[in-house]
Design a protein around this ligand. Structure first.
Ligand SMILES: *Cc1c(COP(=O)(O)O)cnc(C)c1O
Length: 373
């Protein structure tokens, strides 16, 4: 059995007709970026949907820049006495790259085998905390961010904490009022995420003064003038991206329903696979993950799928510490990260995935594992 190429991710953003109504508003206003009306209206609509105060959400040009400006607004740029940013290795490379842009050096911690996030109670007693200027926790694969844990950690250590919750927009949608006044969290609206503006992101933080600093950091450090007063960058969402966001929001209830139906079919199709499936709504709707019993099975299944033109993805690779840019001769031991990284495999997903494609994926996996058909 062999079919055409099956991509691991096949996003569908609002079509030209749906976006056009909003684009005409851009044409009329002749306001294209710098917190134009569509950006501000998108922030208000999102705030209402997430049941958070209007000031508690500020958009960004992407999820990576959202991390950058959240760190700038909370911890500030790097200080010589505290040059390290403590974070899990098990995340997308953006988490590390964002803080490096601000001069921090990454210090990787291991994750908890159940949550796949940093073990916050272990982090509270990390031996190198005295060198740490910011702690970036990650809500992996769109799981619910641990806001209370992050707040406690920040209070106990006195170190600012930022949560990279890039893929967790749905968890915020389902749990109205998920916001902290002390710990900013960031989300991504990249095309591969469930809610998308093409490229985009946001900082969610119930701190009006903090959000003013977020806006300032996103706009060259300007504050009501053209004077660059603090460290900044250009992290502003354009009106065009906001137009896509409005159209996406118009259809988001339907999109969530489509995903839920597709996830139910995936659950049924994979029920008898060895190892363990990790499915939405525990994860973001874009992730269907198979946890192999061991690395050998993962390698075998991955090769078999690839040979049959089914795309797979190690979304976080083997951890950032294994990537050439971040690799150091002397790494702290990260046994849980290494074990999980060697066993997780991202399978194809789309909100409108054909059940026949799921059956094809599962049949290839079963054959590769020597399971009775
Ligand atoms: C998607 C993602 C990012 C980066 O977001 P962009 O919008 O692509 O810049 C950062 N961290 C994690 C965990 C992600 O999944």
């Amino acid at each position: 059995m062999s079919g055409g190429f099956l991509p691991v991710c096949r996003p569908l953003l609002p079509g030209a007709d749906a976006v056009a109504a909003y684009l005409r508003r851009v044409d009329a206003a002749r306001h294209y970026t710098n917190r134009g009306p569509l950006v501000r209206q998108l922030e208000s609509r999102l705030a209402r949907a997430l049941r958070i105060p209007d000031h508690a959400i500020r958009t960004a040009s992407n999820g990576t820049s959202a991390i950058e400006i959240a760190v700038l607004a909370s911890a500030g740029p790097v200080r010589p006495d505290r040059p390290m940013a403590l974070m899990p290795s098990y995340s997308f490379a953006a988490t590390g790259l964002a803080v490096e842009r601000l001069g921090y050096r990454v210090l990787f911690a291991d994750i908890d085998p159940a949550t796949w996030a940093m073990d916050l109670s272990a982090v509270a007693h990390h031996p190198r905390l005295a060198e740490v200027g910011v702690i970036v926790t990650v809500a992996p694969y769109g799981r619910a961010p641990d806001l209370a844990g992050a707040e406690t950690l920040s209070r106990a250590t006195g170190i600012p904490v930022v949560i990279d919750a890039a893929a967790s927009f749905e968890r915020l949608w389902e749990r109205p009022g998920t916001v902290s006044s002390t710990v900013p969290l960031t989300v991504s609206f990249h095309a591969t995420k469930t809610f998308s503006t093409g490229e985009g992101g946001a900082v969610i933080w119930d701190d009006p003064a903090g959000q003013d600093r977020v806006v300032q950091a996103a706009n060259f450090g300007f504050n009501l003038s053209r004077r660059s007063e603090v460290a900044g960058t250009n992290a502003k969402m354009s009106e065009y991206h906001a137009a896509v966001g409005h159209a996406m929001l118009d259809g988001f209830d339907q999109r969530r329903a489509d995903y839920a139906a597709t996830v139910a079919r995936w659950a049924e199709a994979t029920a008898r696979l060895p190892g363990r499936m990790h499915l939405p709504p525990d994860l973001a709707s874009v992730y269907i993950l198979w946890e192999a019993p061991g690395p050998e099975q993962r390698a075998r299944v991955q090769a078999a799928l690839e040979a049959d033109r089914v795309d797979t993805r190690l979304w976080y690779e083997l951890g950032m510490h294994k990537q050439p840019h971040f690799a150091r001769p002397a790494q702290p031991a990260l046994p849980v990260t290494e074990d999980l990284g060697a066993r997780l495999l991202g399978l194809p997903m789309a909100h409108d995935m054909d059940p026949a494609d799921m059956a094809r994926v599962v049949a290839i996996m079963r054959r590769a594992l020597g399971q009775e058909m």
